[in-house]
Ligand binder design. Structure first.
Ligand code: SF4
Ligand code: MG
Length: 330
């Protein structure tokens, strides 16, 4: 089985006043057909920049893709022209963002926005496209889709707008859907409803999904695999089960302690991770998490451990998983 997406050694920098900010520092991951992969981390960890780079949506300048490869359906994304990318986005690659208002056109009815996408990418005629648009709105749980298709984005609530965005993103049956904090701007009840819609869709359609979030609770509910990012790097990866039952990186452990448990009756206190993320204009030589890590050893300050195999599909960028580390440190 060929992966839908394969990212290798991706490095992306930004020019800022202080110099070059290394937002993404050598990221590797893949997404298999039908898989839902979560990318988690605090803001500034590089998860959104990674997602935008996959779609070639980061503005260049000030950003620059320094190295790496992004293979999507067997083709190199980094070699495509802007014209080819425009064709891919909205057809084979769908996207949902945090704020649907910024991606919906306020002057067009939601119906015409879906229909436009369908006629442009799938060569449907107007009648076919309208039929499909209504189907899509129904699929994402919009009541009275036949009449609401003629309404404008401002006539929808925040949650309904996000459903419209999902309908638009999925209308052309993309191979990959990239959702960047799709529920963050919504209140908790609506968040849960949108996640239900996404869960339902993942079982019905065979679209692969990349879900970017800072909330591990959301990942647990919908993802197959998780990629935890910190300081522009992948610090841990594995199945949801592997990471949640046996995290191998202290940052993942910290994130898990700071997740409100949905099933818990007691008000367990959340333990925030003390400290701030690393300065990526001057990234550290050793482990980027060292200043915040409760287990820091001497070697951690000097050397980046790299992503170490932890058995199963799990890997973590932490010296604790290296037998030699304890000795080297002694
Ligand atoms: Fe902590 Fe060292 Fe592991 Fe980094 S490498 S997370 S500092 S134990
Ligand atoms: Mg973001």
């Amino acid at each position: 089985r060929e992966p839908v997406l394969e990212v290798k050694n991706l490095k992306v920098s930004f020019h800022v006043r202080e110099g070059e900010l290394q937002a993404v520092r050598g990221v590797d991951f893949h997404v298999d057909p039908g898989e839902v992969v979560g990318i988690v981390g605090e803001s500034g960890c590089g998860k959104s920049v990674t997602a935008q780079t996959l779609m070639r949506l980061i503005p260049s300048p000030p950003s620059r893709i320094k190295s790496g490869s992004i293979r999507f359906l067997g083709e190199e994304i980094l070699l495509k022209s802007e014209k080819e990318m425009r064709k891919l986005r909205g057809s084979k690659m769908g996207m949902i963002f945090q704020d649907p208002m910024t991606s919906l056109n306020p002057t067009l009815t939601v119906g015409s926005q879906i229909i436009e996408n369908l006629t442009r990418h799938l060569n449907m005629n107007a009648a076919q496209a309208k039929k499909r648009a209504i189907e899509m709105l129904k699929l994402v749980g919009i009541p009275s889709a036949e009449t609401r298709i003629n309404q404008y984005p401002h006539e929808f609530s925040g949650g309904m707008r996000q459903r419209v965005m999902i309908a638009i993103a999925l209308a052309c049956d993309p191979a990959l859907l990239i959702a960047d904090e799709p529920t963050t701007a919504l209140d908790v009840t609506i968040q849960a409803q949108i996640l239900e819609v996404m869960k339902e869709l993942r079982s019905r359609l065979k679209t692969s999904i990349i879900l970017i979030t800072h909330n591990l609770g959301i990942v647990a509910g919908i993802c197959d695999r998780v990629i935890v990012m910190y300081g522009g790097q992948v610090v841990e990866t594995g199945t949801v089960k592997e990471l949640f039952t046996n995290p191998k990186h202290p940052y993942t452990e910290g994130l898990l302690k700071s997740v409100p448990r949905l099933d818990s009756r007691k008000e367990e206190p959340l333990i925030p991770i003390i400290g701030t993320p690393p300065d990526l204009v001057h990234p550290p030589a050793g482990c980027a998490f060292a200043p915040r890590c409760p287990y820091t050893m001497r070697i951690c300050q000097r050397l980046d451990p790299g992503l170490l195999d932890c058995g199963g599909t799990q890997a973590a960028r932490c010296w604790l998983n290296h037998e030699m580390a304890q000795e080297a440190n002694a």
